[in-house]
Design a binder for this molecule. Sequence first.
Ligand code: FES
Length: 165
Amino acid sequence: MSVETPHKIDTSKLDEIIQSYDCKKSNLIAILQKVQEVYRYLPEDAMIYIGTKIEGLSPATVFGVATFYAQFSLEPKGKYEIKVCDGTACHVRGSMPVLNAIRAKLNMPEGKLTSETGLFSLETVSCLGACGLAPVVVINDKVYPQMTSDAITIVLDTLLKEEAA
Ligand code: FES
């Protein structure tokens, strides 16, 4: 049930993406979004490649843009991206026990962003704009309201079972 993390960059795939955006530096953000969609993060080699392939860019510029925008991740993401809200409302209503339950279930001590299997990545966010549902966890695009340690453990067990099937 482990997920393949790409180590080698498929330059023909990158060429395809770059060409689909007319090799233009003005399309850099869209190109990076597409690359992130493919790899689930922006591999360093891909940024270097894009920086040398597109006229008027350099790897340093690509890296600068990628680090400026929060939407881009320079770390590999899991198939399931878990976001635990730790804004004020969620914190007060118990987001920390929920976060700790996730860490314990997935064997992800503090500081570990992606699970051993590569299936899950975990981050805390400040406010998801759904304070009335606190504490809130989002896994990919699905919102899990009023989470408890027990409830999130059941959710994760279900996902793990689906992956093992
Ligand atoms: S504080 Fe968690 S959704 Fe607003």
